[in-house]
Design a protein around this ligand. Structure first.
Ligand SMILES: [Zn+2]
Length: 373
């Protein structure tokens, strides 16, 4: 294993932060390249602990000679957000300097790459992947950033832009394990959903605002549209893994999740060691992200959930009450779709406009923005 340090630029005087990456390589290094990062939303900690176990386990795989490909692991991908403590609360989702969500606005660089590769591309898809990755990596390395948040995004892009498998470890407020992916990755991602015991897999061509896992796949899909006369595949399986809720941090869960991720790498022939369990069946069919019903608070009050995460709902099933103890009124919110209640708030006071619950319906609802702030 090699360890590399990537200083974050654009910081205040007298401060220093860095992204630390761990590189595991098989002797032949002829297999796929896997990129795994945790904590881009820095207050989502289950992934950091999973990364801790992944590191231990990958070291053993490397020592045993069962690593065929290459794995790049970043246990703490957002040291800027991890250090944002405000009035005793850790604020790791938004960059306090700019107000931007750390997991938005990743540059996709489609046009810049298209202009440079147009005269080089061939009739062979695999050859084109190599050419595009070389040009993309070169462009990213030459990008000049000013703000820390952009420096961080650029570093993560640089490290991941040639990965065949990209796993971005997140979590929700309170939730069951679920996945976000690009339509091009669905078939390849469902074995991962099955191994992890995910209860929903949500897919979208564009989730909105260029989040990390979206850009990894949509870059290729957009390049394909921009240069239709050349064969350009989507060579990256890109997925965000929502490792349950923010408080679901335990040795037991993290160790199991790490082992299941390694099992997925065994399925993908990144590791030659045998699966640790018999391959399970996925509990669900993937659903469009646009089919997700979001129950939104219309009035302020105390949130009282009537259903636990993981419950399968039918239209009309009551999900949550918001109680106003001054007027004595209770506003009840019911499911409008059939599907699993996969996430809900971890706070219990609602302001008007707050998302209360997410239900994975299977018919597109025609919503605008598909991700929460
Ligand atoms: Zn997140």
């Amino acid at each position: 294993m090699e360890q590399h340090h990537h200083p974050v630029q654009g910081l205040s005087l007298g401060t220093f932060r860095e992204v630390v990456s761990f590189h595991f390589k098989g002797q032949a290094a002829c297999g796929p390249k896997v990129y795994i990062q945790a904590g881009l939303h820095a207050s989502e900690l289950p992934g950091l602990l999973v990364a801790h176990y992944l590191r231990e386990k990958l070291l053993k795989e490397e020592e045993n000679g069962s690593l065929v490909g290459e794995v790049l692991l970043i246990p703490v991908s957002n040291p800027v957000g991890l250090d944002q403590t405000l009035l005793t609360y850790q604020m790791g989702r938004f960059d306090l300097a700019s107000g931007e969500n750390f997991n938005r606005h990743f540059p996709s660089l489609v046009e810049e790459v298209a202009l440079k590769v147009e005269c080089e591309l061939t009739n062979t898809a695999q050859e084109n992947v190599k050419i595009v990755r070389r040009v993309l990596s070169d462009l990213i390395s030459k990008r000049e950033t000013v703000r820390a948040v952009d420096s961080l995004r650029n570093t993560l892009l640089q490290l991941s832009c040639d990965a065949d498998i990209t796993l971005d470890l997140h979590c929700d407020c309170e939730s069951v394990l679920h996945l976000y992916t690009h339509p091009s990755s669905i078939d390849d991602v469902m074995p991962l959903a099955a191994l992890l015991g995910a209860q929903a897999t949500l897919y979208a061509l564009e989730q909105g605002n260029n989040c990390f896992d979206e850009v990894a796949a949509s870059f290729w899909a957009k390049l394909q549209l921009r240069l239709p006369r050349f064969p350009i595949p989507v060579p990256t399986i890109s997925v965000a893994i929502e490792l349950r809720g923010q408080l679901d941090v335990s040795h037991l869960l993290a160790e199991q999740d790490a082992e299941r991720i390694l099992d997925f790498l065994r399925v993908r022939k990144v590791l030659s060691s045998p699966l640790s369990i018999e391959m399970p069946k996925a509990s669900h069919e993937p659903t469009p992200l646009d089919g997700t019903e979001v129950l939104v608070a219309q009035k302020p009050g105390v949130i009282v959930y009537l259903q636990s995460c993981g419950v399968y709902l039918k239209p009309g099933d009551p999900v949550v009450d918001v109680v106003d103890p001054i007027s004595g009124q209770t506003t009840r919110y019911c499911s409008g779709v059939e599907g699993v209640l996969f996430a809900r708030q971890n706070r219990r006071y609602a302001m008007p406009g707050m998302d209360l619950a997410y239900i994975a319906g299977n018919s597109p609802l025609g919503r605008g923005s598909l991700l929460s702030a």
